[in-house]
Design a protein around this ligand. Structure first.
Ligand code: FE2
Length: 381
């Protein structure tokens, strides 16, 4: 029987190396997998260590994206694909709305937080002042998909100083993150008592996206500016490399506390649970709420980089990868997990932690969940 662990303000660190290098049935591997599953159940997030990840690849990627987003808006606009619901190419600032601003269950989550632990107020409901680029990392399914617009071809920027560097840097960093997150899907499955490839196979043809977001800190660098309003992600797992600027806050499921994320330097990545994982586990693992804002630490780094690197663009890039289940996959809660979800909910309730109204997870295609979410955040008509 699983139980929510007592959480601290430091996220658990899970070692993918243990899983990759030791015997699958060893006590060490089994314990590390259980730790991964429990971290996702208790926090909705964890820090993942993978020694294959090279810090320099992230640096190369961040430099390239800073250069890309420093281009004039007219140049960036050439890479927009509204016909594909912006699921490929660039999304310019002030397009995507945080779903929470209009979503009742989500506002209820905020209401149940102590005022000092609440996210910055998103009820004014302006779209996020962030830009984003979607670079598809998934591979085409060998069958005809019901969701072709979610599986469109990649866009390569035209500017000569970007074009040549683009695909190699995006693919290299994207592959590192994909390998790491797919390893974690296996660890999570084992930790939940499922066959190791349960999730990995279900996401074999997922429309995985390397999805850097960019915030112009010249325009939006003032303290308490919301760069991405309080929300959860619609995919299965989101993995992040280290950003150069702090500002990501997450909420662990049973702390009610806002946690300022710190990823250690080196081969560490941050992982958060998304809605597809919540759905398939019947709410045993909940999608993690988060926001990106300009806080005191962000301002410190802005001042420092402005002084040290006056020629570099002042752009906050978040190094994000969205791992998805395949769009045509039939999504419904796995019965054994749904049962555990109910037990934990009761446990929480008995501890005086009301988790709000019970959610239902009706059977649907993964692609339907994605399309529904995109309508809510104003990316799809
Ligand atoms: Fe997010």
């Amino acid at each position: 029987m699983v139980a929510l662990q007592k959480v601290s303000m430091d996220l658990p660190i899970i070692d993918l190396d243990v899983f990759r290098t030791q015997a699958r049935d060893s006590a060490e591997v089994q314990a590390e997998c259980a730790k991964a599953a429990n971290a996702l159940i208790s926090y909705g997030a964890l820090v993942l260590h993978d020694s294959r990840v090279v810090e320099q690849e992230n640096e190369t990627f961040l430099d390239l994206l800073e250069d890309y987003f420093a281009q004039p808006a007219d140049e960036l606009r050439k890479d927009e694909r509204p016909d594909f619901s912006y699921q490929i190419g660039v999304t310019l600032e002030n397009t995507e709305k945080p779903k929470c601003a209009v979503d009742e269950p989500c506002l209820d989550v905020i209401r149940r937080l102590a005022p000092s632990e609440r996210p910055l107020d998103i009820t004014a409901h302006s779209p996020d002042p962030k830009c984003r680029f979607f670079w598809r990392m998934g591979k085409d399914a060998p069958y005809e998909t019901q969701f072709p617009s979610l599986n469109a071809g990649n866009v390569t920027p035209e500017a000569p100083h970007i074009k040549e560097r683009w695909a190699p840097a995006m693919d290299q960093w994207g592959t590192s993150m994909q390998n790491a997150v797919e390893g974690l899907t296996q660890m999570t499955a084992v930790g939940l008592g499922l066959p190791v490839d349960t999730f990995k196979d279900a996401g074999k043809y997922g429309p995985h996206l390397l999805a850097p977001t960019a915030s112009d800190l010249v325009k939006y660098g003032e303290k308490d500016t919301i760069l991405a309003g309080f929300h959860t992600d619609l995919n299965f797992l989101t993995i992040h490399g280290r950003s150069r600027y702090p500002g990501l806050h997450i909420w662990a499921r049973n702390t009610g506390k806002r946690i300022a994320v710190k990823i250690p330097p080196g081969n560490y990545l941050l992982v958060q649970a998304g809605k597809q994982l919540e759905h398939i586990t019947g709410g045993l693992i909940k999608a993690g709420f988060h926001e990106v804002v300009v806080n005191d630490k962000t301002v410190e780094v802005i001042d420092d980089r402005r002084a040290r690197l006056p020629d570099r663009p002042l752009v906050r890039i978040s190094s994000t990868f969205f791992w998805h289940l395949s769009s045509d996959h039939d999504l419904e809660p796995l019965p054994a997990l749904a049962e555990q979800a109910r037990a934990i909910r009761a446990q929480q309730f008995n501890l005086g932690k009301d988790e709000g109204e019970e959610k239902t997870y009706p059977p649907m295609k993964v692609g339907e969940l994605v399309q529904d979410e995109l309508k809510h955040i104003a990316l799809m008509a």
